[in-house]
Design a protein around this ligand. Sequence first.
Ligand code: SF4
Length: 514
Amino acid sequence: MPASIPSAPHRLFVVLGDQLDYQRFLPADFDPKTDLFWMAEASEESTHVRSNKHRIVCFLAAMRHFRNHLNDGQIPLLYHELDKGESSLSGLLGQDLKQLKPRLVSVVKPGDYRVEEALRKTVEEHRAKWEVREDEHFLCTQAEFEEHAQGRKSLRMEFFYREMRRKHDVLMDGKDPVGGAWNFDKENRESFGKQGPPPSPMVRGCSPDALTQEVIDLVNQRFPDHPGDLRQFIWPVTPQQAEDALTQFIEECLPCFGRFQDAMWTDEYTLFHSLLGSPINLRLLDPRKVIEAAEQAYLQGSAPLPAVEGFIRQILGWREYVRGIYHLRMPEYREMNFLEADQPLPEFFWTGETDMVCMKSCLKQVLDTGYGHHIQRLMVIGLYSLLHGVRPGEINDWFLANYVDAVDWVTTPNVVGMSQFADGGIMASKPYSATGAYIDRMSNYCKKCRFQPKESTGPDACPFTTLYWDFLDRHRKRLGGNQRLAMQMRNLVRLSEEKLAEIRKGADSLRRPS
Ligand code: SF4
């Protein structure tokens, strides 16, 4: 039996779909007689970018499990299920504020600036007090990040990460990093070679329970035109499922994770990657627990240091860093376009129908499953978008829509900044640009492709390679002074005018296919 709802609550505590923190949701001063939790499944959150069905199910199923947890604990909760009236979060909240007239509406710092602004305006319109609380899920507070950023000409994740290692005493040997180095990436860049990947765990993920199956049916019926094939849904939507996924990763995948973290192989979707981004971002899994489990694996000798350090860097370093940048730089960050990229997102991003085997493979995978690992995101899909010159806002929305772990604070710095270099170097010191030869080295995609990764012109030219040279050529002035691109720019100068003219023509026809 759910708890009864106070008819005139003093305070409303909003819980958003990615704030399902079973450990920390209850404020110390919560009074069930006068306070009320508020949650809503707003369809606009699935349609403002055309979200993948897997992503929608992750959010809704996790929210409904969390709702049941609150009901079981007799915590007063007002919960709106999908499609019962208003479609927007702010519209639903506005209706309730009109009726309930609470004095205060409180929310943990939202991970989407758009949502925070919409809710704040609604609350102010209804003359209630608006309170944003610190998000204790993260290890670094916003004030700490601002302190780190203050006075620095440029921010680099590496320095932030070292500070976090010291502060939280992770992989430390006194004042020094364990193993004598902060970073072992040189040992983390292996490809699979001709023989292909070693056997990876066959069964990954969780089976949907009855409640999740109900949500799967609802999403199939309510969002039939959205991408995603829900016949296989593997994502954790409860803390227990998330913990099971963590255990499987630590035991079966972490030992090989580092070596092969940048490698790709046709029809091998998950390889040794963690699949933990979604449950961590939903708050079902505490990042401290994830870091501790990985560190223990190293201390007990069941996983090598380069793998453990590389994985911990993602959670303790990169994840905290991108969140800090997001809140520091929004709202202007989302609009940045340093390279003045002006191309629309090619239609094949929504179908996967292209002759480029690498793109087809990575796109179809994410459209069907809502998942792709980081190198498929950065060095195939993101790289193509960068070289093609897609408008950063469009590719950012595409990433936000399609990945199960996508929330605006995650995708915007990773896509606008890291992958598209649209922030002019806030996130990364140079654009991640490469020819098809990189993809050839790290995967078997090119073996099955009609294009030749080394060719930049002619009928067999690899689109990545053509667009790479064209990219450097178009941005000679903007990027010519970047020391980290010096070698690439020197190679550009070696191309003859005739060759460059052919490359430009090829790139134009890729951008405007007849
Ligand atoms: Fe991709 Fe080019 Fe390789 Fe084809 S040849 S798979 S387009 S990198």
